[in-house]
Design a protein around this ligand. Structure first.
Ligand code: V47
Length: 385
């Protein structure tokens, strides 16, 4: 395509975005063409962000818990997993898990993000017990736990249906599902990254079932490894199709591949420009997902701040005890203070708003930071069908 043709095609896409029309596969792939100036893609994404979320930059106060790194799967992009007998392998006991709940409470966390390995010697009841123990002791903390890959493993371990597992976990205290495990849906790529774990159909069916039982969930895409633009846009369209049917996704998080200590360590980490382009294209393609998250742990602080002008309206949380990215070479700090995260959002020209996991505004007690109440959710209710 010669320059004037690129310009004409870009005008077509711009007209669609300005008119609020949906972009198709060809439009998305065109926006990945390096001849399309990144700033132009950013301006369009910023327009959509502003339409959907005004001038707000969301963050939350959260912590991570990875109860075990022992995993039956050997995903080629993962630096976190361990074999059972490897000295690196661990599984936490109740006291360690409760200590994390206590620490989270003292730090005013509203959310605990819980994911880990699929430990072949731990029964389903161990995983359920983590949720019920934390929920009994610290009921105010929202437990965003278990990716679809873990839920799929629990189906296998219990021999029960996905609905049964989700409802049983919810009874134990599960609040919502995080978006991990999606990687890239296209079979061609998925087979090379993680051929054994929950397949695309299972991932989507689990999120569909979660939305149907009234649980909200997040969604992700792991990019910057062996996939091409076509696979990324195909992935986004599959998420968008499910969202059209259920409305249960709250936020999309594009996850940049970190190669260190993985079986794909010959690949270079995606550039900041690729990160921003992917952020912007995600905002433009996912016209039915309200929030786009620039996960600062993975992007680095500078790129995450810039992403707030490239379609993102959320920067994730203060975060504590993150292992998955740090094991894969992330050089970001282990956590940020509330003041630092707010400052980062202010510098990017947005109004910092603390949210809880369900995007309700958090109102902190003036005298005791560890106490809070929540306002209305900014989001539409789930359209469970
Ligand atoms: O599923 C694993 C990815 C995911 C690497 O829901 C890697 O709010 C890059 O899903 N390089 C887990 N990525 C993290 C995740 C997440 C993070 C933040 C917020 C939310 C949310 C979800 O991390 C995995 C995989 O896609 N991952 N290893 C790696 N070396």
């Amino acid at each position: 395509m010669i320059a004037s043709e690129v310009g004409a095609r870009l005008r077509e896409v711009r007209d669609k975005v300005e008119a609020g029309q949906r972009l198709g596969l060809e439009d998305g792939m065109f926006l990945y063409d390096p001849r399309v100036p990144l700033q132009e893609v950013g301006v369009l994404a910023n327009l959509v962000r502003e339409r959907m979320n005004g001038n707000v930059g969301y963050y939350n106060i959260n912590t991570h818990l990875n109860p075990t790194n022992v995993c039956v799967y050997r995903c080629r992009f993962c630096a976190f997993r361990s074999d059972l007998r490897d000295p690196k392998g661990y599984a936490m006991d109740d006291a360690q898990i409760l200590a994390r709940g206590r620490e989270a409470t003292e730090n005013g966390c509203t959310e605990m993000h819980i994911v880990g390995g699929l430990h072949h010697q731990r029964p389903y009841e161990w995983y359920r017990g983590i949720i019920s123990t934390l929920h009994e002791h610290y009921p105010q903390i929202h437990l965003k736990a278990w990716t679809a890959v873990e839920i799929n493993w629990f189906e296998f371990k219990t021999g029960k249906s996905v609905r049964w597992v989700l409802e049983d976990m919810r009874e134990a205290g599960l609040g919502s599902l995080p978006g991990g495990g999606a990687e890239i849906f296209h079979q061609e790529v998925r087979d090379q990254l993680c051929e054994h774990k929950a397949n695309t159909h299972a991932w989507l069916q689990i999120h569909r079932a979660a939305h149907e039982v009234g649980l909200r969930s997040n969604c992700t895409m792991l990019y910057g490894h062996i996939e091409q633009a076509y696979h990324r846009i195909d992935h986004l369209i599959r998420l968008r199709d499910l969202q059209d049917q259920t409305g249960g996704f709250q936020v999309f998080i594009p996850l940049a591949f970190h190669p260190e200590n993985t079986k794909l360590d010959q690949i270079k980490k995606p550039s900041a420009l690729m990160d921003l382009r992917t952020m912007a294209i995600s905002r433009l393609m996912l016209d039915n997902v309200r929030h786009i998250k620039a996960y600062w742990i993975m992007l680095g602080i500078g790129t995450a701040q810039t992403a707030l002008a490239y379609g993102a309206d959320d920067i994730d949380g203060t975060v504590r005890h993150e292992l998955i990215y740090h094991d894969a070479g992330a050089t970001t700090p282990e956590c940020l203070s509330v003041d630092a995260i707010r400052q980062l959002i202010v510098e990017a020209g947005r109004e910092p708003v603390e949210r809880d996991t369900l995007y309700r505004h958090v109102i902190r007690d003036e005298h005791d930071f560890s106490r809070w109440t929540v306002g209305e959710s900014v989001d539409e209710p789930v359209l469970a069908r």
